[in-house]
Each structure stands twice: as structure tokens, then as C-alpha cells.
Design a protein around this ligand. Structure first.
Ligand code: TYM
Length: 342
């Protein structure tokens, strides 16, 4: 563990690749808002450079990036309190990523389950960027010397790799420069599963739209998807152990708990013994109550694109005040000749 004390700073990111869903909201966005309420610097990023590791239509990418920014704000992020940025507007992310490409080892990347899942059997045809994805992610975090990174469970392995990169850099160059950042994976919402199959993660790439609740779904669609969500025939248990081996039941209870900022035990104390015919309408009502205002606000914000663009420009200026000095020091450590002052 590093001896240097780093200023507490929160960083996290979401890909602007469309279909922002309930998993992103409960696993990330809602928690970003909670962290914003603490007395810490918070930086949240639309990671467009990560998005293009797989093909993105340029027009869709622009729209999704602005939509994601609107989603951040609609969910409760305040651009005055948190620094909101579009990754490509802060060039130090990509610059530090190159250094990290030279620190990370091929074998580390090959072990990443996301690489294996996304590249599949056709790895020879995957982009080099997809392979190097976790080094850019490490750069996102470490270019701020971020100490806390709230993410969903699926990002745990990438964050461990970021620690490995930081540790190897510090060791190779004999410095104590990058923090060994802790992943923050807590609460009931860090692994939201598909509404059609409780053993599969809710995902933007699932072919079935009924498997997820999108942040752009209207109230009727949300209620309908929850009504149709897969369940089992038993009543809900009164304690969390009773949800073992019941992935769909567990998922719906987790969603309820995360949405209502409660623990699973608290929820089960209230709803234990109820049938799904009674619980599903409760969940639908809660979901509509929490999600609809976000959807409405997102749509409103999307009508004022200039405002969104200004927020991102301002965010990148504030971000660069942090990232430029850290990159400059990194270059010095690595032995690059700095530009002369003229
Ligand atoms: P992305 O865009 O896939 O997802 C954004 C966030 O949403 C979480 N998430 C979920 N949480 C709970 N249940 C789900 N079903 C679910 N699906 C997604 C993810 O865990 C994530 O927190 N590589 C990252 C983006 C990234 C990043 C970073 C994150 C790039 N650089 C630096 C943190 C720090 C990604 O693809 O997330």
C-alpha cells in the first residue's frame, strides 16, 4: 500500500453507447449523486473514447453523449458541484493511457473477462482499442489521482487491473506517484439482472428490450416491463437467505431496495409473505415514481443542446486544471524532455 496520502477524490464514467438502463442508474448514476452529497471532489465522465472500441455511428455517438450528459444532470448531478466531462475533451486521458499501454502486460489484458466476452471467438478481428480498453480506464482514474471509484460489480476486474498498473508504474520508476485506488462496489444495485433471466446481467446489448428498463422508457412501458418480468410461483421470503437459488425474485427485491435506498433485509421485513401479484405493482409504482421525473427532465434538457455543450466545455476546463499537472509530472518521471519555456 502507498505511504503517500492522496486527497480524497471520486471519479467514475459511463459509456455513451445508447440505451442507458436501470443497471447503469442503480449501479452507477444514483450512487454518483450520493457521492456528490459528501464533502469530496467528484468527477464524472462520458467515456466516448471507450465507446468507439466497438463501432459507433458518428451521429449516434454525438447524440448519445449529449443524452448521457442530460441523464447525469436529470438524475441529480449538479454541474457546479461535480465536474462533468466528455473524455475526448480532456486529452490527458488518452495521453496517460499511452504510457499505461507501455506499463501493462499483454497477459494481464488477455485475462480480462470483458475482453474475452466482447472479442469472443473472433479476437483477431477485434480492435486494438478493445484490447487496451482497461489501460485507458486506468488512465481515466489515475490522471486525477482519484481515490474512490463507484462502479457496478462488472467493473471490479478492470479496477483491480488499474491498481496493478499503478503499482507497477510506481515500482518500475521507484516513485510513490499513483494511488492504489479502491473500487467502491456497495449496495443492492451493483448487479442488476435481466428482467427475463435472473442469471444474466441487465445489459444495453441484450437483444430483448423487455430484459431492461431504459432511462428513456415512459411510465406505461416501465410498468408493463415489470408486470411481465420473469418470476417464480412462491411468495417472497422474510429473510435474505430465502432468496438464494431464486435469481429472479432476488433481482426484483434488489431493484426495489436500491431504488428506495434500503437494504434487502429492510425490504423483506415489509414485503415478506407477499405474492408477486402484489409485489410487482408496488415495484412498478416505485419505479415510475423514481424514474419518470428523470426521463422527463432528460427530454427537456435534450432540447437545449447548447447548454449541454457549454456544461461539458466548462467541465473540461476544470478537469484540465487537475489533469495537466499530473500528466506533466508523469512525463518527467518517465524521462520525457519537457517543452522549453519561450
Ligand atoms: P458501462 O458504460 O458499461 O456501465 C456504466 C456503469 O454502470 C454499471 N452497470 C451496472 N451496474 C449494475 N447492474 C448492471 N446490470 C450494470 N450494467 C452496468 C457499470 O458497472 C458501470 O459502473 N468501463 C466502464 C466505463 C469506464 C469507467 C472508467 C468506470 C471507463 N472508464 C473509469 C469507472 C472508472 C463501462 O464500460 O461502464
Amino acid at each position: 500500500m502507498s505511504d503517500t496520502t492522496f486527497t480524497p477524490r471520486v471519479f467514475s464514467g459511463i459509456q455513451p453507447s445508447g440505451n442507458l438502463h436501470l443497471g447503469n442508474y442503480l449501479g452507477a448514476l444514483k450512487r454518483f449523486v450520493d457521492w456528490q452529497a459528501k464533502d469530496m471532489e467528484t468527477i464524472y465522465c462520458m467515456v466516448d473514447l471507450h465507446a468507439i472500441t466497438v463501432w459507433q455511428d458518428p451521429k449516434d455517438l454525438q447524440k448519445s453523449t449529449r443524452e448521457l450528459c442530460a441523464g447525469f444532470i436529470a438524475a441529480g448531478l449538479d454541474p457546479e458541484k461535480s465536474i462533468l466531462i466528455n473524455q475526448s475533451q480532456v486529452p490527458e486521458h488518452a495521453q496517460l493511457a499511452w504510457i499505461f499501454n507501455c506499463v501493462a502486460r499483454m497477459g494481464w489484458m488477455q485475462r480480462m473477462t470483458q475482453w474475452k466476452d466482447k472479442a469472443g471467438k473472433n479476437a483477431q478481428n477485434a480492435s486494438l482499442g478493445l484490447f487496451a480498453y482497461p489501460a485507458l480506464m486506468a488512465a481515466d482514474i489515475l490522471v486525477y489521482h482519484a481515490t474512490h471509484v463507484p462502479v457496478g460489480e462488472d467493473q471490479k476486474q478492470h479496477l483491480e487491473l488499474a491498481r496493478d498498473i499503478a503499482a507497477k508504474f510506481n515500482h518500475d520508476y521507484g516513485v510513490d506517484f499513483f494511488p492504489l485506488t479502491e473500487p467502491v462496489i456497495e449496495g443492492a444495485g451493483t448487479r442488476v439482472m435481466s428482467l427475463r433471466d435472473g442469471t444474466k446481467k441487465m445489459s444495453k446489448s441484450d437483444v430483448s428490450d423487455a430484459s431492461r428498463i431504459n432511462l428513456t422508457d415512459d411510465a406505461d412501458t416501465i410498468a408493463k416491463k415489470i408486470r411481465k418480468a420473469k418470476t417464480d410461483p412462491d411468495a417472497l421470503p422474510s429473510e435474505a437467505e430465502g432468496l438464494e437459488e431464486r435469481p429472479e425474485a432476488r433481482n426484483l427485491v434488489n431493484i426495489y431496495a436500491a431504488m428506495n435506498s434500503q437494504s434487502v433485509d429492510q425490504v423483506l421485513a415489509d414485503v415478506g409473505g407477499k405474492q408477486f401479484s402484489e409485489f410487482k405493482p408496488m415495484l412498478a409504482e416505485l419505479s415510475v415514481e423514481k424514474m419518470s421525473p428523470i426521463t422527463t427532465e432528460m427530454t427537456r434538457l435534450m432540447q437545449n443542446q447548447d447548454e449541454i455543450d457549454k456544461i461539458l466545455t466548462r467541465g473540461s476546463e476544470r478537469a484540465r486544471a487537475i489533469t495537466a499537472p499530473i500528466l506533466r509530472q508523469t512525463y518527467e518521471i518517465v524521462g520525457m524532455v519537457p517543452p522549453a519555456e519561450i
